[in-house]
Design a protein around this ligand. Structure first.
Ligand SMILES: Nc1ncnc2c1ncn2[C@@H]1O[C@H](COP(=O)(O)OP(=O)(O)OP(=O)(O)O)[C@@H](O)[C@H]1O
Length: 325
């Protein structure tokens, strides 16, 4: 079942289409991540889905209902912001209970629901504390609890983990993923953090120039980039894109290969080492071959000027920056 559909949605700011005829379908129970560099329109897209912004053209459907002209409170969505937007004068319980206040639920029912969700998120012990006196990780859980307690149709999250310190972040990511699976809800999360996207997403949409440059799992994006831009954006180290002729391949275009798609045992080509970067337990060696610079993954450091023999085990062909089938 389709939970959310965007049909050719455009949003213009200062005569520029920040979102440009973008179409998307997100399935029920899917964890969809919108990934992209700063300023590509990720937050704008989320605000359009939420109804905080109106598109200049195009349609938005939630549960097959046209919500394009509906305000946020009529869309049955919950949104968690980077800042959490908690009420500073209220304690944890009151913050979580707030969305239920408007409903006709009894005090006992509200209390039951808040306690249940707080228990699940591990914040039951701090229900009486003011939100200003709890940690960033706990604030994130409160914001999540407040969103979950209403049982909305769709969760929208704008960089909800970016204010959490790196150590807590890992457990926060795990929690978010398990909550989504357990509650069987559709989540749409905006981030510029690749590791977060890779861990959380069923599918990632990479936003570039107002459109999704590619949509797929992180593995798909990494293993088979649809464009040169994706190959360079996804991964710790950009993919190599080099004229096919450099490697004696009879093709009018470029070949793209990851630094680890190279064998250093099988010495078909040779390059000259310029520098080495260490990432984790791998060595990424920048190497010159003719006019071109490539990066290959190695098991050790190489001296500058050293000659490195290699062959390419796997590559894709690209014409004008696009994957050639
Ligand atoms: N209300 C607005 N009025 C005018 N321009 C805007 C408005 N909101 C966003 N923009 C512009 O639209 C572009 C996209 O902004 P947006 O915040 O959606 O990007 P983003 O991908 O979420 O960036 P970041 O990761 O830095 O938050 C930017 O150039 C921004 O300056």
């Amino acid at each position: 079942m389709i939970k959310l559909e965007l049909d050719s949605v455009t949003k213009i700011y200062n005569k520029r289409a920040v979102i440009d005829k973008l179409s998307l379908q997100v399935r029920d129970n899917e964890f969809f991540v919108i990934l992209g560099p700063s300023g590509e329109g990720k937050s704008t897209l989320l605000r359009l889905i939420a109804g905080i912004e109106k598109p200049d053209s195009g349609k938005i459907y939630i549960d097959s209902k046209d919500v394009t002209d509906l305000p946020p409170n009529k869309r049955n969505i919950a949104m968690v912001f980077q800042s959490y937007a908690l009420y500073p004068n209220k304690n944890v319980f009151e913050n979580i209970a707030f969305p239920l206040k408007m409903s006709k639920l009894s005090k006992q029912e509200i209390s039951k629901r808040v306690t249940e969700i707080a228990e699940r998120l591990g914040i039951k012990d701090i229900l009486e504390k003011p939100v200003t006196k709890i940690s960033g990780g706990q604030q994130q859980r409160v914001a999540l609890a407040r969103a979950l307690v209403r049982d909305p149709s769709l969760f929208l999250m704008d960089e909800p983990l970016s204010n959490i310190d790196p150590r807590t972040r890992f457990s926060a990511i795990k929690l978010l993923k398990s909550i989504q699976k357990e509650y069987k809800k559709t989540f749409i999360l905006v981030t510029h953090n690749h590791a977060e996207a890779a861990t959380l997403a069923d599918r990632i949409g990479v936003l570039h120039k107002g459109k999704f440059e590619q949509i797929g799992s992180y593995t798909e994006l990494y293993e088979r980039p649809a464009t040169r831009w994706i190959g360079e954006f996804i991964g710790d180290v950009p993919m190599n894109f080099i004229d096919a002729k450099v490697f004696n391949i009879d093709f009018n275009g470029e070949i793209g290969f990851r630094p680890e798609w190279v064998s250093l045992e099988d010495k078909v080509f040779e390059c000259e080492v310029e520098s080495t970067e260490v990432i984790g337990d791998s060595y990424y060696v920048s190497c010159r071959i003719g006019e071109n610079q490539i990066v290959v993954r190695a098991e050790r450091q190489y001296e500058i000027g050293e000659k490195l023999g290699f062959s390419i085990k796997k590559y894709y062909k690209y014409i004008e920056g696009k994957l050639a089938e």
